[in-house]
Design a binder for this molecule. Structure first.
Ligand code: PMP
Length: 394
């Protein structure tokens, strides 16, 4: 049997990480993999996470199974964090999942189960794992225009034009905030236009929100998701706690199915629990418990919010510094988009040869499509990157 297996494509980002590790140069910069790093290049355990883990260690009496949906208190706390009061709780079915990836996977499976002929419209570009999982599940994807190579903002007219080719029942996958890999995002007027299109054409919205709190603030980053959830007939929301709680390896995510008809919720909830059971039975609990402990305790929550805000502001500061430095060195405003983008990533818009040149000649590692992890920088490396970008002629 095993001889029938075929080698699978290697993950490009992980291959890049290895190349970075093998590079003997002292002055090398890693802008590859999507984890937050502080100025010392460390991905720290957040203070509130440590404190919550301590508390759980002291107080937890059992490791017996939770439920197929995970701990209901986790879903409640996360729903409030993401949706606020925009949608009545009775309209939301939710299950814990292994990370945001698990949430996406379960959402795609639900789509295939409910409507095997649905196509999923994905932004061009999108997080590559979206396409990879959809392909694996045999779900047809259609790319809609998103990134404008010229302005490095959103090609909104192109996006709308492409979404107009969707048929009733097709799914539109949107990034709730901090678009990965581009960093370019819709404004609220544009979001409203997308919502109108979804409603006019009978499409299904799906939101992937993996960076709440990394862009403009916790509430601000959830605004679009809240608008969609409260305005459409039904939507799926896949959320990740990996970044905003820094619990990457704990695999902490949530999938919500939101319906304007509360009478639908029990069936949705049962379906989500069924899907969990087929794939892994009970979802992981530790990360979810940490998140719940933090969100439900006033002191821990305040400390978490303060640290998350430090993280957000540090990335904004680096964006500003990089844009300013590039303006100074290039004498042009063409890099101003770096300060406009939000979240951990920006797509520089450099051709693959230039990305290669940055790596070979300057020891700067970014993903081949020129996605840079802004958190891979610090105040001292920003000028080095800016000079290299101008030197290679981006
Ligand atoms: N969606 C997007 C857009 C992401 O960037 C990520 C993280 N790379 C995820 C989902 C899932 O993250 P995780 O499974 O680690 O929670």
């Amino acid at each position: 049997m095993f001889e029938n297996l075929k080698p699978q494509p290697a993950d490009k980002i992980l291959a890049l990480m290895q190349m970075y590790r093998d590079d003997p140069r002292e002055q090398k910069i890693d802008l590859g993999v999507g984890v937050y790093k502080n100025a010392q290049g460390v991905t720290p355990v957040m203070r509130a996470v440590k404190a919550a883990e301590h508390r759980i260690w002291e107080e937890q009496q059992t490791k017996a199974y939770t439920g197929l949906a995970g701990d209901p208190a986790y879903a409640d706390a996360m729903i409030t964090l993401i949706l606020g009061t925009s949608v009545p709780r009775a309209n939301i079915a939710a299950v814990a999942t292994p990370g945001g990836t698990g949430a996406c996977r379960q959402a795609f499976e639900l789509i295939r189960m409910a409507n095997p002929s649905a196509r999923v419209f994905v932004s061009n570009p999108t997080w590559p794992n979206h396409i990879s999982i959809l392909n694996y599940l045999g779900i047809e994807t259609v790319a809609y225009r998103y990134f404008d190579e010229e302005t490095r903002g959103v090609d909104f007219d192109g996006m709308i034009e492409d979404l107009k080719t969707a048929k009733a029942g097709d799914v539109v996958l949107l990034h709730g905030c901090c678009h990965n890999p581009t960093g370019a995002n819709l404004n609220m007027v544009q979001w409203q236009e997308v919502v109108n299109l979804i409603n006019d054409r009978g499409l299904v919205a799906m939101i992937d929100i993996a960076y709440q709190g990394f862009g403009d603030g916790l509430n601000e980053d959830a605004q679009a998701t809240r608008l969609v959830a409260s305005s459409v007939k039904e939507c799926l929301i896949a959320a990740s706690c990996s970044k905003n709680f820094g619990v990457y390896r704990e695999r902490t995510g949530l999938l919500m199915a939101v319906s304007a008809d509360a009478g639908q919720t029990a069936l949705n909830q049962g379906t989500l629990a069924f899907l969990n059971r087929q794939n892994y039975s009970f979802p992981p609990d530790h990360g979810a418990r940490v998140v719940t402990t933090i969100l439900m305790d006033e002191g821990l929550r305040a400390d978490w919010m303060a640290e998350l805000e430090e993280v957000r502001l540090s990335m904004l500061g680096l964006r500003r510094q990089l844009a300013d430095e590039l303006q100074r060195l290039s004498g042009s405003d063409r890099f101003g988009f770096l300060a406009q983008h939000r979240g951990m990533f920006s797509r520089l818009g450099a051709a693959p040869e230039l990305v290669e040149k940055l790596r070979v000649e300057h020891g700067i590692y970014m993903v081949g499509d020129s996605r840079m992890n802004i958190a891979g920088l610090n105040e001292a490396t920003v000028p080095i990157l800016a000079k290299a970008i101008v030197d290679v002629g981006v």
